[in-house]
Structures are given as C-alpha cells and as structure tokens.
Design a protein around this ligand. Structure first.
Ligand code: GDP
Length: 318
C-alpha cells in the first residue's frame, strides 16, 4: 500500500545496481507507480555470448519483481547453472556468471533489440512481464560504456569488476562523450518534484548517469530538492568497490567526502547513524542521519519514508 503523504509528488530516483535497487524497492512501497521513475545506470552494460547484458537494469528489475537472489544481490533466486556449466565444459568464457533463468531474459532482450526496439522499449516490455508498475528507464538508449584505466591498461567495466574482481588499482574512470538522454527520461526530469540519488557507487553508477547530456544540468536546475543517500557507512562501503575507489582517488572514505563529491548538485544529504552526529556539513546543505542499512523490504520502506519525508522538508524550505 502506498503512503498518501507522498501521493502528489513526482519522484525520480537515480540508481545503480545493488544499493539503487534497495532504495527503489522501498520507494515502490510508498509512492504510487505513476509518480515514480527509476533511471538506471547502463554504463556497466556489455556484450557477452553475443548478448547485451545490463547488470544494473536487471538487478533493479529483479529486485522490484521480488525474484532477486537475496544472497548475492544480483541474479535470480532459485537459479540453476546448466548452460554456464556446459559453456565451461566446452572451454567457453565462463567468468561472467549467467544463470539459466537470467539467460532467458538476456535472450528475450537480444531478440527484441535485434528486431530494432530501443533498450527503453525492451525494458518496458520486460518490466511489464514481471508486473513492475513504476517506470524503469535506462539512462540512455545509446551505448555508454564506462572504462576503467589501471596502471597497465584500459579495461571494460565488467572485465575490471567481475573478471579481475575489482582488484587492479584504478587510475581514472573514463565516461564517454556525447551520450544523450532519451525522450522518456527528459519529461520525467522536467516534472520531478524530488530527485533522489540512491546509495549507489558515486563514480561508476551515479556519475555515468549524470554524464548523459543533459541529465546533470536538468537535475541541477529543475527539481525542488535533490537528495543523496550515502553508500559509505561508518567509513566503509556496505558492498563493492566504492571505498577502494575513493582511496585510490585520494579521497577520505567518509560520508562527508561523498557529499563533497556531489557538491552543489545536492540540497540534502542522508548519512548513516554509524557516523557521528554532525559529521557531514556543507554550506547550504541540509542533512539527515538515520539507519540506512536496508537488507529487507521493511527496512527499505522505512528508509524510503524517512528520505522522502526529509526531501519534502528540504523542498519546502527552498
Ligand atoms: P552496483 O552497481 O551493483 O555496484 O550497485 P550500486 O552502485 O547501486 O550500489 C553499490 C553501493 O551500494 C555500494 O557502495 C554500497 O556501499 C551501497 N549499499 C549497498 N547496500 C546498502 C545499504 O543497505 N545501505 C546503504 N546506505 N548503502 C548500501
């Protein structure tokens, strides 16, 4: 059941995979679906086994559909691995783990993309099949690969993240020039009352979205309030390489550094109760401190309610 307090607000959430999916899951519990849009990073997308793999879109989709694997945070619950085992047996590339159910989605997406449908249209079909009612939009229909520069070489994102288990130190994250937002993303940002930046990786999940022209400009200028939730909790990433990336970029691994990184884009910032009160400050920035750890649907709903309540307060004070 949605919460009537939030029923007249248009909410847009910028999301990566795991952290993005959790906040999105909370939002779907309290915001009417016609008022909620999740714009998802596709900088991680890549071609594998001849298929277009969209890890963040699929993590959000599976989570909202209630079919995600709760242990891994990616892929399907109750997955089987017959195809992958056979690929390995044949000496094929098995470093990226595609389960049988997951593969069914990838084949379907490949089929529709091959027929000429856009990624946005394919995502709409897929989410409807999974009975996900809110709008789920790829940040762009153009390929927008994030590249990772290490000391020795330039790696595609998934090669660095999965095959190399994000171990090679990162010199620089490269984002593509001239990627454009879709005609579906633009009106959602034009009419957004509040834009939320999920507790996703700022460098490889959120930056790729903001890099899509003109998303950064629209987020800066249009909504009443832009609120980010910190993925850094108690000086650590809850999951994944965000903390390691910050160290390699010479940034302190703190919620404050995340707020500073987003800078003027933000009107409000939510950080975790594991960090001391008052540990995040910036001129003109309103802050909220709460328990942001969201393993289950109940916590996701609570965090979404608190974050949106804060968003309303920030919006009304602008
Ligand atoms: P990815 O694309 O799958 O890596 O996922 P995201 O970029 O969306 O999310 C990764 C970030 O989510 C990491 O930096 C984690 O610290 C953060 N994260 C994951 N779960 C939680 C949570 O429950 N609470 C908070 N605050 N952050 C989380």
């Amino acid at each position: 059941m949605t919460n009537t307090t939030f029923s007249n607000l248009n909410i847009v959430c910028l999301a990566g995979g795991v952290g993005g999916a959790k906040l999105a899951d909370g939002l779907t519990q309290i915001v009417p679906p016609e008022r909620l849009t999740i714009i998802v990073n596709t900088g991680d997308d890549f071609s594998h086994w001849g298929l277009t793999i969209c890890p963040d879109l699929d993590t959000v989709l599976y989570t909202l559909a209630g079919v995600a694997n709760p242990e891994t945070g990616w892929g399907r619950a109750g997955e089987s691995w017959r195809v992958l085992d056979e690929v390995a047996q044949l000496g094929g590339p098995d470093w990226f783990r595609l389960g049988d159910l997951d593969l069914g989605l990838h084949l379907t997406r490949r089929h529709w993309l091959h027929e000429g449908k856009s990624l946005t249209a394919v995502t709409r079909h897929l989410r409807q099949q999974f009975n996900v009612q809110c709008e789920l939009l790829p940040m762009s229909d153009q390929p927008a690969p994030t590249l990772i520069e290490t000391a020795d070489e330039m790696l595609s994102f998934q090669t660095w993240f999965v095959r190399e288990r994000w171990q090679p130190a990162v010199k620089k994250v490269h984002l593509p020039d001239d990627v454009r937002a879709t005609p579906q993303v633009m009106p959602k940002l034009e009419t957004a009352d509040i834009v939320l930046i999920a507790p996703s990786n700022p460098f490889v999940s959120i930056d790729p979205i903001l890099n899509v022209y003109p998303i950064r400009e629209m987020v800066t200028d249009l909504p009443q309030a832009v609120i980010a939730v910190s993925p850094i909790v108690g000086g650590r990433a809850v999951k994944g390489p965000a903390a390691k990336l910050m160290q390699e970029m010479g940034l302190p691994v703190t919620a404050q550094a995340v707020a500073d990184y987003y800078g003027d884009l933000l009107d409000g910032f939510v950080y975790d109760q594991q960090d001391p009160p008052g540990s995040v400050t910036a001129e003109g920035l309103q802050t909220l401190r709460l328990d942001t750890i969201m393993p289950t649907a109940t916590e996701r709903r609570r965090v979404a309610e608190q974050v949106l309540g804060f968003g309303q307060t920030v919006a009304s004070s602008q």
